[in-house]
Ligand binder design. Structure first.
Ligand code: NAD
Ligand code: MN
Length: 353
């Protein structure tokens, strides 16, 4: 029967709680749909860094390469600077495996309190596509005259034509695949002199290849306001690495708790493994109490199943999440206003699968 080899990095804090919980749900969906998930654990975390001075071994990337997907909890913990976990693990994985798409659904789920008034499940349902490997997040630049009055820093952003075109094309292809006729681009070409006019130019050029899809653009500032004031109007929103980063947290923010939001780092060509993770971090403030909401990790797992070609199982998991959250009698973790433990909510979702 079909098998998929999954590299698992639970990482730090509640990553160690929600990932095992999610695995149970995904295994149930796999057995219901007749395939096997072959999990291999990689115990890499801030603890590894404290013990060895590295977040992952020197051949870490090579050891992950031989998998169909990577399932990640969260990395980062108090006492270890965040740039260590980011540049020592997350960014190398994204870049070495050319995971140039970061994809996040923004969807109001039943039973999740929405911070916006009068919104029902179904009202808010769109996708944020973030460029994930170039743009503003670069190590190019430097600091001169450190500590003197002449001190300055320079930070360079890189927008290649190939990198820009492929993320824009992914956004339009996604809209076409989902039958959602509208792509919105985040820009700031009135203020950022070189990169954003170029981005707009490529957006117009790629958009012209998709005549049936309405393409529009907003400056990032007013776009952020529109996420809050009129989130119903979006289908697919595409942005550069920095703008996409901000929008892809703002989106889940307007639909309630970031604890339920998933994130996929995709190499759409499947030349390299893609990585799936909840949006939230290691939540040191609640780690150890087993009260973390497991839905973000479980939903990330559903996106992973979809990427692996197991659309039926992915849909099964998503429906189970909606069933469990939508049932007023089902267990609710404290972030959802309840008093249940993570394991009770995870069990309700497993049962719904
Ligand atoms: P966080 O997401 O860990 O926590 C923010 C708040 O949300 C906390 O109050 C936390 O208790 C709550 N929360 C988060 N996930 C939850 C869940 N599943 N259920 C219930 N409540 C939840 O963000 P932070 O505190 O800014 O970061 C903590 C550490 O995690 C930092 O070291 C940071 O670098 C790291 N981090 C890692 C990733 C990643 O691995 N991709 C992402 C974000 C943060
Ligand atoms: Mn972010």
């Amino acid at each position: 029967s079909r098998r998929h080899r999954i590299a698992v990095i639970e990482g730090d804090g509640i990553g160690r709680e929600v990932i095992p919980a999610a695995r149970t749900v995904l295994d149930r969906a796999a057995s219901a749909c007749g395939f096997t998930l072959d999990w291999r654990d990689f115990d890499w975390s801030c603890e590894t860094w404290k013990a060895t001075g590295r977040m992952m071994p020197e051949d870490g990337i090579a050891r992950l390469a031989d998998h169909d997907a990577i399932f990640l909890g969260a990395v980062g913990y108090p006492g270890v600077p965040d740039h260590i976990s980011l540049w020592g693990l997350l960014i190398p994985i994204r870049r070495e495996f050319d995971q140039y798409v970061n994809l996040r659904p923004v969807r109001l789920l039943p039973g999740v309190p929405c911070p916006l008034a009068n919104k029902q499940p179904g009202d808010i349902d769109f996708w944020v596509v973030r460029e994930n490997v170039e743009g503003e997040y670069s190590q190019i630049g430097g600091r001169m005259f450190a500590g003197t009055e002449r001190e300055f820093v320079e930070q360079t952003a890189i927008f290649t034509r190939a990198g820009t075109d492929r993320i824009l094309r992914y956004a339009f292809d996604l809209a076409r695949r989902l039958g959602r006729p509208h792509v919105t681009s985040a820009t700031k070409s009135n203020g950022i002199f070189h990169s954003m006019p170029f981005w707009d130019e490529r957006f117009a050029a790629i958009g012209a290849e998709y005549p049936e899809i309405r393409a529009d653009q907003y400056h990032i500032d007013i776009l952020a306001a529109r996420f809050v004031m009129s989130p119903e109007r979006f289908d697919v929103v595409v942005g550069s690495n920095l703008f996409g980063d901000i929008l892809s947290d703002l989106g889940p923010g307007v639909t309630g708790t970031i604890a339920v939001a998933p994130s996929a780092n995709l190499n759409p060509e499947k030349k390299f493994p893609s990585m799936f993770e909840p949006v939230h971090g290691s939540a040191p403030d609640i780690f150890g109490q087993r009260i973390a909401n497991p839905v973000g990790a479980i939903w990330a797992g559903a996106m992973m199943l979809d990427h692996l070609g197991e659309a039926e199982a992915a849909a099964l998991v998503l429906r189970a999440i909606e069933t469990a959250l939508g049932d007023p009698a089902s267990p609710r973790t404290p972030d959802l206003g309840g008093t249940a433990k993570m394991d009770d909510l995870a069990a309700a979702i497993t049962a719904a699968v």
